[in-house]
Design a protein around this ligand. Structure first.
Ligand code: INI
Length: 166
């Protein structure tokens, strides 16, 4: 019988950080509300959640690095919204944040999830901030709960140990 490891969606022990960009606040405020609501609905106590705000999505990576390095959080949820304009600015900001947060997520002991919208236009962003296409802030929060619980299984007795084969 194979053994399966999958995180559940039950509120885990430990604290959550939500790192959110203010730029395009009419969208990121909705992502933040979605993330807070999702955490609450899954039983995470308000007091176990800290919200950090940065000016724009570009600033998220540096903040998330510090938040993760501080070691005080089991889960870190990142929220932002980049909307394509008439210049290549979008590509730089979107490219840097996805690469930067992706690298941190790959090495952090905390679970880091990505709720940054990268949209071609405002309508796409609105749809993903609670209208037609769900709320990506809520999705990032639920994914974070699952990953925190999966991480906990990896460090619990009976989990696969480093260096053991088979
Ligand atoms: N920041 C965003 O979060 N979204 C955007 O769409 C955006 N655009 O398009 O300019 C944006 N720019 C600001 C950037 O994130 C930094 O805050 C700024 O460059 C200062 O470092």
């Amino acid at each position: 019988m194979p053994r399966y490891f999958e995180g559940n969606l039950v509120s885990p022990a430990g604290r959550f950080a939500i790192c959110v960009a203010r730029f395009n606040a009419f969208i990121t405020d909705a992502l933040l509300a979605g993330a807070l609501d999702a955490l609450k609905r899954h039983g995470v106590d308000d007091g176990a959640v800290d919200v950090y705000r940065v000016p724009g999505t570009f600033e998220l990576t540096g903040l998330v690095r510090k938040v993760v390095d501080g070691g005080g959080y089991a889960g870190v949820i990142t929220l932002g919204c980049v909307i394509r304009g008439g210049t290549p600015h979008f590509d730089y900001v979107a490219g840097e944040v996805s690469k930067g947060i992706g690298q941190i997520a790959a090495s952090a002991s905390a679970a880091v999830t990505f709720g940054v919208l990268t949209c071609d236009n405002v309508e796409q962003a609105i749809d993903r901030a609670g209208v037609k296409a769900g709320n990506k802030g809520a999705e990032a929060a639920v994914a974070c709960i699952e990953m925190v619980n999966l991480h906990a299984q990896l460090s619990s007795p009976g989990s696969p140990k480093k260096g053991k084969k088979g």
